[in-house]
Design a protein around this ligand. Sequence first.
Ligand SMILES: Cc1ncc(COP(=O)(O)O)c(C=O)c1O
Length: 461
Amino acid sequence: MSATSYATIDRSRLAELTAREETHLNAETKGSGRMFERAQKSLSSGVASSYQLRDPWPIYLERGEGAYVWDVDGNRMIDYHNGFGSMVQGHAHPAITKAVTERISKGTHFAAPTEDAVVVAEELQRRWGLPLWRYVNSGSEATMDAIRIARAHTGRDTIMKIFGSYHGHHDYVMVSIGVPYGQIGDRDNLASLPYGEGIPQSVANMTVPVPFNDIDAMESRILRLIREDRKPACVIMEAAMMNLGVILPEPGYLEAVRELTRQHGILLIVDEVKTGICIAPGGATSKYGLEPDLVTLAKALGGGLPSGAIGGTEEALSTVTNGKVYQVGTYNGNPLVMAAARANLLEVMTADAYAHLDALNEHLLKGCEAVIARYNLPGYAVGIGSKGCVTFSPSKVVDYESFKANQDGEVSDLAWLYNMNRGIFMTPGREEEWTLSITHTLEDCDQFIRVFDEMARDLTS
Ligand SMILES: Cc1ncc(COP(=O)(O)O)c(C=O)c1O
């Protein structure tokens, strides 16, 4: 279908609907408004993390159960946000609740290893086919440590990442994300741009970005870095880009990255913080048949508790094993987290659970595609495992540049408002995707599709 054959979005109609929906949401979330007033007096901007900000106020939640969450105003919503993709098990899953409850009365922290830490590592080993594991407490810690391990292994400082990819909030990787379209620059020579203040340019300069899905650009940049005596220690990337909605790898791309990095002795870190437990038992690594040197996990690993892990080959982790790299942390392998992770992996995220997620997502994606076709909207539905989104773009998005050039952020914002006003708690921001949980049902998916249909009809009528 050519771009010109799509329905034209009337911008004044879009603005009118957006204003109407915002007014409605504000009226329905007055308790959140009051909480915000109070919170600002003690929490900077009233939130625990800047990613929880929203204008005019964030929606403060009270509880969650299964596929549902309740906000402080008592609004019940089907949760498609799921803690930025951490709660693929659904809220308060009985098996995880039981494991945590049993553990809590036996002591919650020793900074000494427990059997659960071994069991979890054995299961991760089985799922990812990587022999050695270590724990951390978040995705940022996982990528930070993995990069240090890669630097130690190779004796090199420079690292390579994908332009626009998010790998956490430490200085090594808060580079070249969130850049306005006009400032992206030359794709063969993308700049190392600190994301926000407080990140030294000298640190950012050690992180070299390249576009996703473009093996030629990666190769030529690596060759140039070699000529400049700055060969990278590692390439860190998500197998499917998950912070621009969902961008899947083009056929052959991941294999080519593996071949290229191997050829040059550059470690490949597959960041599975988002994809890890959510898209297949062994994450993107198993789904795409990858052979990474290191993988990073977090989010859904801990069943709702702060968790993270690094897995690797014996060779890649040799500097940890021989004590040259200090991979440390007081709370690493915390017993409560390990008890939750054990129940999560062994009892909850089973083969049946993944089959259920696949079936739900297929239903949801098909339903969204049908709406897009019915109203001739410029966009498409895309997803994998428990994750997906509607990308409002007349052409396929393959990397950061095409996302920024084509995504209709205003329609994305309107979709978020329609969802929130109709019982669907959706991840905020134009870049996020949905995460289903195993407690979602086909009816829950139908509700999402109905709301999308209503928005599409209102927008095009
Ligand atoms: C791919 C990826 N890596 C790392 C992180 C950082 O994880 P955390 O927020 O737990 O530090 C995120 C967070 O969204 C992520 O999406």
